[in-house]
Design a protein around this ligand. Structure first.
Ligand code: FEO
Length: 391
């Protein structure tokens, strides 16, 4: 338990045990499930935490509320990493009203069988707690359809749900008074790319909707509470949701016997010679896909390399492209590098994906027949020259 303001307290928990977030995404530095309590004339909790963290969480509530009952539970988001303890809280505080919009309340019934003691709010509804008054703003698809954010008018605090969140447990502090934004930047981009990345347009809509609010504290559901880095975190989310990227290239390859891998190493060296400073190379058979996605969100250039396999893309390459396409990543400069032994298919498949996503396909793709012996040094040189120039 930590104070955010005199009457608003952090009651979230760190999870350093779960290996895969959503059973999909690696957690090397853990993750925090953030929850907050406002102790005013009324006592209100904003979001709960993942159910496995219940013991520590309930202890935090007891301590922060000082034995007072909880009057309201605000549910900004129903994904179970935040709604996991709704039923438990209702048992402990039977008179507690659960606050959500129509979609939230339907999900609360669907997930937890709770259909009474619910308070439905709409966009702009207000809830007075005493000194603090909460206003609710719907923010659908950031990250689920029921998502809303809650604004505390007195503290100028935005309880933002998943928005502005990041991976990484909180190392000895709660807010950026103690924790550095820079230490969480990579985990913020990786979180965005994996979890929220598909919803760029709704994030943009939410940013516009919230832009008139004077915000002095951002309290999201994952990662540090932001007080001093508000402009920075809004800028990160703004850029990522517009798919705006910086100069640099991701070279992501699949390689069965090393020929395509060697070609990619050669391409990367040439790109650097041509002045591309940020280059990230990934072998997709072993890479952490969340890191590849993170860097595809960060950098404008994308080289995908694949052998033709069963008249298709090499499976890990196909899997990456599916994930990138699902996230509707736009505005990338694309080129293919790869190989085949007797019949080419990978180049065609990759170009189809690139065109479908509206990427600019550069006229420099190269494909080896059987080995590097089929390509001239000049072809590699031209590839790198064309790609670097376009970046
Ligand atoms: Fe952290 Fe969409 O839940």
């Amino acid at each position: 338990m930590k104070n955010i303001t005199e009457s608003i307290h952090y009651i979230g928990v760190n999870d350093r045990t779960t290996h895969l977030f959503e059973r999909l995404w690696t957690l090397r530095r853990g993750v925090s499930y953030n929850s907050y309590i406002i102790v005013d004339e009324k006592v209100a909790i904003v979001d709960t935490v993942e159910s496995s963290c219940g013991t520590a969480y309930l202890r935090n509530i007891e301590k922060a509320a000082g034995g007072r009952p909880v009057d309201y539970l605000i549910v900004n988001h129903m994904e179970p990493d935040h709604s996991g303890l709704i039923a438990e809280l209702r048992c402990r505080y039977p008179s507690m009203q659960i606050v959500g919009n129509a979609k939230t309340l339907q999900m609360i019934n669907g997930y937890y069988g709770i259909s009474d003691g619910l308070l439905e709010v709409t966009d702009g509804s207000m809830l007075p707690l005493g000194n603090e008054t909460l206003t609710f703003y719907l923010a659908p698809m950031v990250h689920w359809p029921e998502t809303m954010v809650t604004y505390g008018n007195n503290a100028k605090i935005l309880f933002s749900g998943d928005a502005f969140g990041c991976f990484g447990a909180l190392d000895g502090g709660v807010s950026d008074e103690e924790l550095k934004f820079e230490d969480y930047y990579d985990e913020m981009v990786r979180y965005y790319a994996c979890i929220v990345g598909k919803y760029g347009a709704p994030v943009q809509k939410a940013l516009q909707k919230l832009s008139p609010l004077p915000i002095e504290i951002i309290a999201s559901t994952h990662g540090p509470v932001w007080k001093h880095s508000i402009d920075k975190v809004i800028d990160v989310y703004d850029k990522l949701s517009r798919y705006s990227a910086q100069r640099g290239a991701v070279v992501a390859y699949g390689s069965m016997y090393g020929n395509t891998a060697a070609l990619c190493e050669e391409i990367a060296c040439k790109l650097r010679e041509k002045g591309v400073e940020k280059i990230k190379i990934y072998d997709l058979s072993s890479a952490d896909i969340s890191e590849v996605l993170r860097d595809i969100f960060l950098y404008r250039g994308l080289v995908v390399a694949s052998p033709t396999y069963n008249n298709e893309l090499f499976p890990p390459v196909r899997e990456l492209l599916t994930k990138v396409s699902e996230r509707t990543v736009k505005g990338r400069l694309f080129a293919f590098a790869g190989s085949y032994t007797w019949a080419s298919a990978a180049l065609k498949r990759c170009n189809e994906v690139a065109e479908k996503n509206g990427w600019e396909v550069l006229p420099c793709s190269i494909e080896m027949k059987q080995s590097r012996l089929s390509l001239s040094d000049e072809q590699i040189e031209t590839f790198a020259e064309t790609f670097a120039k376009a970046l």
